[in-house]
Design a protein around this ligand. Structure first.
Ligand SMILES: [Zn+2]
Length: 352
């Protein structure tokens, strides 16, 4: 089968390799869609850091397709079903797993990122416990399942933190910086799970906000989300500010430092987007403002329980957010496109 392999900084190769074998508790997925994510682009241009001990690896951690073969212990009825792959693999036995923190597992693996091959190939064999059944109406969201899970985890960790400071406050002002697939998914997840909050979204590219404006106007489902332009954001206004942008080559200032200014005293600044460079942080300012700076990582087992609620509540088609490219383009300039040339889409996908 054909597969793209990542060998390290600026090194991708298209190879012909054997189709993976299917163990007793696995299924073989014929990949139909895989996302070229910001994270992959950062690893490619500035890393590898997260993938360092896993190379060579077939990248692609947000993907899905159709089950074409099942292992001995897996029901045959899954054949022909559309699935999205839940990339997190955890041991279930270590201290972290037993504490419900599977995202910090001592033996953590992640399809297409850490220790396991991912979606930039024709076929992937995946543990049965790592597939999520997708019905026909949701095929357009297949590569958004992972960002939805990450969004659920961000929401739960942020709310838990802010509630320790403001236990009696019931409605919060939320600012999401960066509207890539994580920012968008987080906004949708938040608007569904916490209707009482006010959500504001900001992005460097007005064209990306335009894509959202049309969606939200048309469906009126999410009119508590206000895509806003930078100059209108009030400083010291937001209870929770979430930086999903991370290192952005075109930004004047790291989003996390900008986010700090907009956070109220005692508020919560959540770092989700990644930086591959050092950031100068004014420690004294942070102490005096008593901002809680928290980080989040991947998602947890309990995040999966909320997925169906999210999917049931999102009625519109996701194709307007997606730009499709071919494998050949990925090898030529795909990672460049997602890193720099990303004004007109939110998600870059390879249709296989
Ligand atoms: Zn574990």
């Amino acid at each position: 089968m054909r597969a793209v392999k990542f060998y390290g900084k600026n090194r991708l190769k298209l190879e012909n390799i054997p189709t993976p074998t299917v163990n007793d508790d696995e299924v073989l997925v014929k990949v139909k869609k895989v996302a070229i994510t910001q994270l992959l682009a950062k690893e490619y241009f500035y890393g590898p850091y997260i993938m360092k001990n896993s190379i060579p690896i077939i990248p692609g951690h947000s993907f899905g397709g159709v089950v074409v073969k099942t292992g001995k212990n897996v029901e045959k009825s899954l054949i022909g079903k559309w699935v999205s792959v839940l990339p997190l693999r955890y041991c279930g036995k270590c201290y972290y797993c037993k504490s419900g923190l599977e995202n910090l597992c001592e033996n953590l693996k992640y399809y297409g990122l850490i220790g396991l091959d991912g979606g930039l190939s024709e076929y992937v064999s995946v543990k049965k416990g790592n597939i999520f059944l997708i019905n026909k109406n949701d095929i357009d969201k297949i590569t958004f399942i992972e960002p939805f899970l990450i969004g659920i985890n961000i929401l739960e960790e942020s709310i838990a933190k802010i509630k320790t400071k403001f236990p009696n406050k019931n409605s919060f002002n939320i600012l999401i910086l960066g509207v890539g697939s994580i920012g968008l998914s987080l906004a949708l997840v938040w608007s569904i799970l916490r209707k009482e909050d006010n959500i504001f979204i900001n992005d460097l590219f007005l064209s990306r906000l335009e894509i959202l404006k049309n969606t939200f106007d048309k469906y009126k489902l999410y009119n508590n989300i206000h895509p806003i332009e930078k100059e209108y954001i009030k400083k010291d206004f937001f209870d929770i500010v979430i930086d999903t942008a991370g290192f952005e080559a075109l930004a004047l200032e790291p989003a996390i430092l900008e986010g700090f200014k907009y956070t109220i005293r005692g508020g919560c600044l959540v770092s989700v987007g990644l930086y591959y460079n050092k950031i100068g942080f004014n420690h004294l300012e942070a102490v005096l403002k008593n901002v809680n700076i928290i980080t989040t990582k991947f998602y947890r087992k309990k995040s999966i329980e909320k997925l169906n609620t999210i999917l049931n509540d999102i009625k519109f088609n996701f194709s307007r957010f997606i730009h499709n490219i071919s494998i050949a383009e990925v090898l030529e300039n795909g990672f460049y496109k997602v890193q720099v040339d990303k004004e007109d889409f939110i998600r870059l996908e390879v249709k296989c």
